[in-house]
Design a protein around this ligand. Structure first.
Ligand SMILES: Cc1cc2nc3c(=O)[nH]c(=O)nc-3n(C[C@H](O)[C@H](O)[C@H](O)COP(=O)(O)OP(=O)(O)OC[C@H]3O[C@@H](n4cnc5c(N)ncnc54)[C@H](O)[C@@H]3O)c2cc1C
Length: 350
């Protein structure tokens, strides 16, 4: 019988991120499906009481916590030690935790110290015959593997966007604080603060309803023989501001900056979607001035409804890669869409 430990870490304000609630749903489902399994929780943070209260109604048998200034920020040495202590203390055979950058960095170290195994980017599981198998994508989401392990503890880092966030009752939780002794060496790295772009430039929004993709066509010569890069940038930024969509890009467009061509200043390589870019998860996607070639569209694996605007009726999107292709000039289309959005017509991808 499996002893399941759900692990999460707090955000700087002491609350849990959305992915932590998604993974809590996964942990509860797993506990329910594995006959005789028990569930406990473990939290790491500067102060874990708010987070513990938020999951008080989930039904974990106990909530363990590692708290204090040393655990407020992400740091490999202290996090790996805290995770190891929590897993050991709980006696867990299965650990389920969100694949945040903080846990993705430290969890493999904890698994090694426990002589366990960890699997990252887990996107689902099956429990047929009372035996747990997990699912994970490989080769840029082209192949899905179903696999199992006999080694315990087996630690699963779950991807976001797979489970609905748990929305149960909050309460007043009693947290069993677990002491973690850190050596001076483990405290050598100091987090001095965060450097992040201004909110207005923060164009990657993983929780957005809509992914808006800009392709290289925005910077190409248009029917008047001229390029209109500034106008393109304004149209895109207007649309993002009005819809709060997340901004993706084709490789050709972001590559232009390294090649010295005129580019959209709101884009970086982090926006690139595709085989050598990201595979974001959004309910809807709209591609504009992007040809829809396979190395790009492979990054749309998890975009459910797809639309594209392209001048070329034979572009890749027309080859079964989009639900709707508007054969039109994206400059005109987006200008009109932005006008309508300004009048509060429903442009948001609902
Ligand atoms: C190994 C490898 C990995 C790759 N990885 C990636 C990746 O991760 N992501 C990625 O994106 N690409 C990737 N590529 C590149 C990919 O094959 C394409 O070259 C790239 O996606 C093309 O970008 P694009 O569609 O924006 O540009 P283009 O192919 O130049 O297409 C521009 C489009 O804009 C349209 N257009 C122009 N003006 C307008 C207008 N006014 N209105 C509407 N439409 C207009 C044109 O009709 C055209 O279809 C990879 C390639 C290789 C070989």
């Amino acid at each position: 019988m499996e002893k399941i430990l759900y692990l999460a870490h707090t955000q700087p304000d002491g609350t849990l991120p959305k992915i932590a609630f998604e993974v809590l749903s996964a942990a509860l489902e797993l506990t329910q499906k594995l006959s005789g399994a028990t569930l406990s929780a473990g939290l790491i943070g500067g102060d874990v009481q708010t987070a513990a209260n938020a999951i008080a109604g989930a039904g974990a048998a106990k909530i363990l916590g590692v708290a204090g200034p040393d655990f407020a920020s992400s740091r490999y040495a202290s996090d790996a030690e805290a995770l190891q202590v929590l897993i050991r203390q709980s006696g867990a055979t299965l650990v389920i935790a969100p694949a945040t950058s903080r846990f993705s960095r430290a969890m493999p170290g904890a698994a090694y110290r426990l002589n366990g195994r960890t699997d990252t980017h887990v996107s689902g599981f099956e429990t047929d015959g009372g035996k747990l198998s997990i699912q994970r994508w490989y080769y840029r989401q082209r192949m899905m593997a179903t696999m199992t392990r006999t080694t315990r503890p087996w630690i699963l880092l779950m991807d976001s966007g797979v489970f609905q966030p748990w929305q149960g009752k909050t309460g007043t939780a009693s947290v069993e604080l677990v002491p973690v002794a850190l050596t001076e060496k483990a405290k050598r790295t100091q987090v001095l603060g965060f450097q992040a772009p201004a909110v207005s430039q923060q164009t990657i929004r993983p929780d957005a309803e809509l992914l808006f993709v800009a392709g290289a066509g925005w910077t190409k010569k248009q029917s008047d023989g001229q390029t209109h890069v500034k106008e393109a940038e304004q149209l895109i930024l207007d649309f993002l501001a009005k819809t709060q969509a997340s901004l993706g890009s084709s490789k050709s467009l972001v590559d232009q900056s390294t090649e010295g061509a005129a580019v959209l200043s709101c884009l970086s390589h982090l926006n690139q979607v595709g085989q050598t870019g990201s595979t974001p998860r959004h309910p809807k996607g709209l591609a504009t001035c992007c040809h829809g070639e396979e190395p790009h569209v492979v990054g749309w694996r998890f975009i459910n409804e797809r639309r594209a605007v392209n001048l070329d009726p034979n572009c890749g999107w027309a080859q079964g890669k989009a639900d709707v292709l508007y054969v039109a000039d994206a400059f005109q289309v987006m200008k009109k869409v932005n006008e309508l959005a300004g009048k509060e017509c429903v442009v948001q991808a609902k």
